[in-house]
Design a protein. Structure first.
Ligand code: GDP
Length: 337
C-alpha cells in the first residue's frame, strides 16, 4: 500500500465499482497499523450507508468438503442470473500456515474469470478477532461496490464460525456422506449454528449414502438446532456435477424469507450489529489489557493475590478496571487490531 492513502479517492473508486480501489480499500481495513484505523473508520463511515443490499451467505465445510467447487458452480449460476458475487474467506489458521487456503482465486477458476465476481482470500497475520473484523468490514466494502451476493467462506473447525454466523443472513454447512465419524471434523457446536445443510458429493456411487446421511442429519438437527421454531433443511447436492444447487440456493432464500417474517431482516441485522459492538468492545478491552505492559504486570499481580486468597476476585477486577481507566489513553486502545 502506498504511504499516502487518499481516502476520498478510495471511496469514489469503491462507489464506482473499481476493483483495484476495492482491493486497496479492503487492504486498508485489514491493516494492523494503528495509524490506518482512523482512515479505515472514515472509509467505513462513508460507505456503510451504501451497504446492506446483498444476500449474505456464510459457508462452512471441512477441507475437501467441496466448498470451492460449490462456490465456483453456484457463483457462476448466480452471475448468469444477473447477480454480482463477492467471496470473502475467514481462515484464522492461515496466519499460522503462512498462506490462505480459502477464498483463493485458483480454487474457483471459472468464477475468478468473471467480471461480475470478486474473490478475496482470508487476511493473514491477524488474530481471529482481527480476521472477523476485517471480513465484516470487507463485506461493507463489497456491498458498497455493488456486489449483491456475498459469500463468506470458512473451514468449520473453530471459533470463526460463530463470528461468521453473526455477520451473515444465512449460514450453510457443506457436509460429506458419513465416513465413520458422523460429524466429520465439523465441530458439534458449529452444527447448531447451521440454518441450511447440504450433503455434497451426492453423485455416482456416493449418491445413496449421501441421502442416508442427509436423513440422519435431519433427525439429529432437531436436537441440536438453536432455533426450535424452524426445521433446518438438510439437502443433498453435487457441486461437481452441478446437481441440487438450485434447491440449496432456494433453501437459502427461504431462510432469508423466514428471517424477514420472523424478525424483519433489518432488525435481524441490527441485532447482529449490536452483538458486534459488544464483541469489538470486549476484545479491545482485553487486548489492551494484555498488550499494555503495566496493566499486564498488574493483572499478574492480581492473579497471584486472588490465587493466594489475599484479595478477592471482585476487588481485583475493580482494581484492574480502575487502572485501565487511569492509565490508557484512547490512542492506545487495541481497537481493531
Ligand atoms: P474444499 O477444500 O472444501 O474447497 O473442497 P474442493 O472444492 O477443493 O473439493 C475437494 C475435492 O472434492 C476436489 O477434488 C473436487 O473435485 C471434489 N469435489 C467437490 N465437489 C464434488 C462433488 O460434488 N462430487 C464429487 N464427486 N467430487 C467433488
Amino acid at each position: 500500500m502506498s504511504r499516502k492513502i487518499d481516502v476520498p479517492s478510495l471511496i469514489d473508486g469503491v462507489k464506482g465499482g473499481d476493483r483495484a480501489a476495492l482491493a486497496r480499500a479492503i487492504t486498508l481495513v485489514e491493516s494492523r497499523k494503528p495509524a490506518h484505523r482512523p482512515l479505515a473508520r472514515e472509509l467505513l463511515r462513508e460507505l456503510t450507508p451504501l451497504s446492506g443490499n446483498s444476500i449474505r451467505l456464510g459457508l462452512s465445510g471441512v477441507p475437501g468438503a467441496g466448498k470451492s467447487t460449490f462456490i465456483d458452480a453456484l457463483g457462476c449460476d448466480l452471475i448468469e442470473q444477473g447477480h454480482r458475487v463477492a467471496v470473502l474467506a475467514v481462515d484464522p489458521t492461515s496466519s499460522v500456515s503462512g498462506g490462505s487456503v480459502l477464498g483463493d482465486r485458483t480454487r474457483m477458476g471459472r468464477l475468478a474469470e468473471s467480471e461480475a465476481a470478486f474473490i478475496r482470500p482470508s487476511p493473514t497475520g491477524l488474530q481471529l478477532g482481527g480476521v472477523a473484523r476485517a471480513t465484516r468490514e470487507g463485506m461493507v466494502l463489497v456491498e458498497a461496490a455493488g456486489y449483491d451476493i456475498v459469500i463468506v467462506e470458512t473451514v468449520g473447525v473453530g471459533q470463526s464460525e460463530v463470528a461468521v454466523q453473526g455477520m451473515v443472513d444465512t449460514y450453510l454447512i457443506l457436509m460429506l456422506a458419513r465416513s465413520g465419524d458422523q460429524l466429520q471434523g465439523i465441530k458439534k457446536g458449529i452444527l447448531e449454528l447451521a440454518q441450511v445443510i447440504a450433503v455434497n458429493k451426492a453423485d455416482g456411487d456416493n449418491a445413496g449414502e449421501a441421502r442416508v446421511t442427509a436423513r440422519e442429519l435431519s433427525i439429529a438437527m432437531k436436537l441440536v438446532s438453536s432455533d426450535t421454531e424452524r426445521r433446518v433443511p438438510v439437502l443433498t447436492c453435487s457441486a461437481l456435477k452441478e446437481m441440487g444447487l438450485e434447491e440449496v440456493w432456494q433453501a437459502v432464500l427461504d431462510h432469508r424469507k423466514y428471517l424477514e417474517q420472523k424478525y424483519g431482516l433489518a432488525n435481524y441485522r441490527a441485532a447482529q450489529q449490536v452483538g458486534w459492538m459488544w464483541s469489538l468492545t470486549e476484545a479491545a478491552v482485553l487486548d489492551t489489557l494484555h498488550e499494555t505492559h503495566d496493566l499486564r504486570e498488574l493483572a499478574r499481580d492480581m492473579e497471584a493475590q486472588v490465587r493466594s486468597g489475599s484479595l478477592n476476585a471482585l476487588d481485583a477486577s475493580a482494581e484492574l478496571l480502575r487502572q485501565f481507566a487511569a492509565k490508557v489513553p484512547e490512542q492506545d486502545w487495541a481497537h481493531g487490531r
